[in-house]
Design a protein around this ligand. Structure first.
Ligand SMILES: *Cc1c(COP(=O)(O)O)cnc(C)c1O
Length: 394
């Protein structure tokens, strides 16, 4: 099997697995309990907070553990919106190609009377700080722009947007779920007020993540109950998962540069191989993208068919995001960068991880090249294009 869907999830790393097993055996007490077993768990929990914080430039008191990226996004946005509304600010700026955890939360706020402004994304998959600046208003409560896009991998100018928001006194949240553990994150240097991350995107377990909130900013709870996470997130902490996340993040951050160098060389080889397929186009900037992300559209091909045939050859890939597969709507990200519906349907995302090899890449290029040709040969529409009865789009 060749796994090329690391943006969907990653295999739990051995270090994370060991940390989780050790936690279940040794610190299984409730961190809120006063006896020593509980207090040992509380200390382990705090050490995880320090370690996760250290990887992103935050102090431990600024790190809140959650159930993952979706919860962190929901809480950050809803909290900032409610706090803003309390001061009469009900305008929110974001982009058209955010993850659904952000977009659906914003839709909900819109139904509650907030004004949500989604910035257009350029064809290269980037937004600029100038565009954010032009959208800022006196009543802007929040700017939320993702660090790296989960479908096309493009990396936004987060530091510039952060500095701008800081200068104007507007809260800035970034969904860094695809970036954490893969790209440098420095919440202080990049002037980030709130940041979401998720363990299973960097070798940690599923169902756990973190929300960084800058000291002094209010954070309203999403889940009511006990006083865990300093009253900001009720529910007994999943300490094994949290320790697994801390181990995975530390490991990823320790090897970040070296992994990025190796994986981006594989990515470039994969992009070069796939770009030889006629009537194909790379989605997103060729350089300003995540080390492991490759995303192409192939004209005249149905993304889902391509995936099934790749699976037959043992290659795990994705078309659009896992969240939209199962519906026939084309990816909102590809539409946001201006791909026509017809082209957006023929998309393929291959996301590499550190265990992928050159042989994997060459096998994937050969398989995709074959399958695209096979699918096009079967299509009457493709025959019309080849004979000139219909026009090619790309
Ligand atoms: C995966 C992902 C999420 C959701 O994270 P979960 O931990 O699966 O809830 C949010 N945003 C982005 C950009 C993602 O890639």
């Amino acid at each position: 099997m060749i796994y090329m869907d690391h943006a969907a999830t990653t295999k739990t790393s051995p270090a994370a697995g060991r940390a989780m097993t050790a936690a279940m055996e040794e610190v299984w007490g409730n961190p809120s309990s006063l006896y020593r077993l509980g207090q040992r768990a509380a200390e382990a929990l705090w050490s995880a907070r320090e370690r996760v914080g250290a990887c992103i430039g935050a102090s431990p008191g600024e790190v809140y553990f959650t159930s993952g990226g979706s919860e962190s996004d929901n809480q950050a946005i809803l909290s900032a919106a409610r706090v803003g509304a309390g001061k009469g600010k009900k305008h929110i700026i974001s982009t058209a190609f955010e993850h659904h955890a952000v977009l659906h939360t914003l839709k909900k706020l819109e139904r509650e009377g907030f004004e949500v402004q989604l910035l257009d994304v350029h064809e290269n998959g980037l937004v600029t700080a100038e565009e954010v600046e032009a959208a800022l208003r006196e009543d802007t409560a929040l700017v939320t722009v993702m660090y790296a896009n989960n479908e096309i991998g493009t990396i936004q100018p987060i530091g510039e947007i952060g500095a701008l928001c800081r200068e104007r006194g507007v809260s800035f949240h970034t969904d860094a779920v695809q970036a954490a553990g893969h790209l440098p994150v420095d919440v202080k240097g990049q002037s980030i007020d709130m940041l979401s991350l998720s363990a299973h995107k960097f070798g940690g377990p599923r169902g756990v993540g973190a929300l960084y909130v800058r000291r002094g900013l209010p954070l309203l709870p999403l889940i009511e109950g006990g006083a865990q996470e300093r009253g900001r997130r009720a529910g007994t902490e999943d300490l094994p998962a949290i320790l697994g996340m801390a181990a995975a993040l530390e490991e990823s951050c320790a090897h970040m540069e070296e992994t990025a160098r190796r994986v981006s060389a594989l990515r470039d080889r994969l992009m070069e191989g796939l770009s030889k397929i006629p009537h194909s186009v790379l989605n997103g900037d060729a350089v300003r993208r995540l080390p492991g992300n490759v995303n192409f559209c192939f004209e005249g091909v149905e993304g889902e068919s391509l995936l099934l045939l790749l699976d037959d050859r043992g290659i795990c890939a994705s078309s659009g995001s896992a969240c939209t597969s199962g519906s026939l709507d084309p990816s909102h990200v590809l539409l946001a960068i201006g791909r026509p519906h017809e082209v957006a349907h023929g998309s393929l995302r291959l996301t590499l991880g550190e265990e992928n090899t050159r042989e994997d890449v060459d096998a994937a290029v050969a398989a995709v090249t074959d399958i695209v040709a096979y699918l096009r040969n079967m299509s009457p529409l493709w025959k019309d294009k080849v004979s000139g009865k219909k026009e090619f789009v790309i």
